[in-house]
Design a binder for this molecule. Structure first.
Ligand SMILES: Nc1ncnc2c1ncn2[C@@H]1O[C@H](COP(=O)(O)OP(=O)(O)OP(=O)(O)O)[C@@H](O)[C@H]1O
Ligand SMILES: Nc1ncnc2c1ncn2[C@@H]1O[C@H](COP(=O)(O)OP(=O)(O)OP(=O)(O)O)[C@@H](O)[C@H]1O
Ligand SMILES: [Mg+2]
Ligand SMILES: [Mg+2]
Lengths: 258, 258
């Protein structure tokens, strides 16, 4: 079971959009995929039409010791299941802070899931909130890989410096296996000067961890959530669908088509 | 001293961009303006060329009882001063949680500032992080007005429901004077269907609290931070500058030009 944390404390860069569409595209390559929403905004569940107001969620797993297998929901996308969050999760940040072992709650819950049904899920993607608090630390402690969606904006570089600092802190103290595996540039409009400048800087610092695939701006990506679908189902021939299928191949190590 | 919290837990919608450019535009109308950064990302200070790695910040005010007047920095924009944050502020969320009176620290610090130099600042804008944690609660407790930058996206409406819930919670328990005064639509591209649908919904729920002025997408707004300036200084004739000057007039109750 490969667990990947999708993280960037900068808001609105495409974390949820990437978690949903990369997840569905990986399922399209035959992988069995679990998506976990760690963001109190609960956008991931809503994006796939899951009712986040009803039933148990990740909140119950972290705070009330409910098992992950009892909160997993099916989605309209075949091969993709979801653990929704709900708005109570923002209270969880405060509740978790004083709990012993607060940083390893998610890791332990995923271990129980994997032991209970070994090999059931090939890939687990963790959608993180736009912060570096205890929920994001839980994701880093539970993952071996980190995927960073990045918008080519001026603030991106300042954010990356802090994020790499936090990742190495977690590596030293909680999870020696976690590492920043890839950065995917989102909403990339190659025509603007600022975009090229920022991507050149990111490539200078991170080398080939900046993935080859970029995600172009595409209104179908913004429309798909209101239909409760991934872009791959909502508009399979759109730029958004093409880009996320390509990202899935690159992430899975399959040679890219031209 | 009018204190306004600029809030939206949805990330990347234009909170920092609005705080900086509305602030500078209000100074252009003759007001003396203080901008306070409550976001650990520290984007506000960076946007105005302030060195956030050096010297004391809002972190010291909230956690070490330093006075606000000792952390205020001047900026290149006349009539605008800034209280920067720094990356340590993300640790503050955890440190503050167990402190008594943790929600009123900012209100008390602003009261001391106002008593020390009455009438020195006409307007204080508080730039909030993309979350509803203890820093945002501090902003709501310290303010009478709330300005919500909103991107016309599917997730916007779900977020507004939770935000109005939190505002009424703070009204009941901590600050009876706080209210949602205005919503400003940012990055509005009137040509897309999704945009019109979302703005129609927002107008249905919030009526004339949805401000008349909208902020159009404008690359100058994204470029200005890399020059350490507001868009009003960087590109005074751009759509971004025109829109934020108009927003300032609407916010200050000055009749709008055509
Ligand atoms: N490539 C793209 N083209 C067009 N719109 C996009 C693209 N990627 C994301 N979006 C839209 O941009 C907005 C922000 O994306 P998203 O919500 O996925 O970001 P996020 O990083 O998860 O935000 P948050 O920090 O609030 O969790 C959404 O409205 C989404 O539909
Ligand atoms: N009207 C606009 N046109 C073009 N770009 C914009 C506009 N408003 C904001 N931006 C850009 O969009 C990005 C997000 O804006 P900003 O950082 O102000 O949002 P935020 O809500 O403060 O984000 P966070 O939730 O991370 O604090 C920035 O790169 C900014 O330069
Ligand atoms: Mg998200
Ligand atoms: Mg901001």
């Amino acid at each position: 079971m490969d667990t990947v944390a999708v993280i960037n404390q900068k808001g609105g860069v495409g974390k949820t959009t990437t978690t949903v569409n990369l997840g569905v595209a990986l399922a399209g390559l035959g992988k069995s995929v679990l998506l976990v929403d760690l963001d109190p905004q609960a956008n991931l569940g809503t994006h796939l039409g899951v009712d986040v107001m009803d039933g148990k969620t990740i909140y119950d797993v972290l705070v009330h010791d409910v098992k992950l297998k009892d909160v997993i929901r099916e989605t309209p996308e075949s091969g993709v299941s979801v653990v929704p969050s709900n708005l109570d999760l923002s209270a969880a940040e405060m509740e978790l802070v004083s709990m012993v072992g607060r940083e390893t709650l998610l890791r332990d819950a995923l271990e129980v899931l994997d032991k209970g049904s070994p090999g059931h899920y090939d890939v687990v993607l963790l959608d993180c909130p736009p912060s570096l608090g205890v929920l994001t630390i839980n994701a880093l402690t539970a993952s071996r890989q980190v995927l960073v969606p990045l918008q080519a904006e001026f603030f991106a570089l300042q954010g990356m410096a802090k994020l790499t600092e936090i990742i190495s802190l977690v590596q030293r103290r909680l999870n020696p296996d976690v590492e920043l595996t890839g950065i995917v540039a989102c909403k990339v409009d190659r025509r603007t000067k600022l975009t090229q400048e920022v991507l050149d800087e990111v490539r200078r610092f991170f080398g080939d961890r900046l993935l080859e695939t970029v995600i172009r701006p595409n209104v179908k990506l913004a429309e798909a959530p209101s239909h409760g679908q991934s872009v791959l189902s909502y508009a399979p021939d759109s730029n958004g669908a093409v880009d996320y299928r390509r990202l899935a191949r690159e992430w899975a190590g399959i040679p890219l088509e031209t």
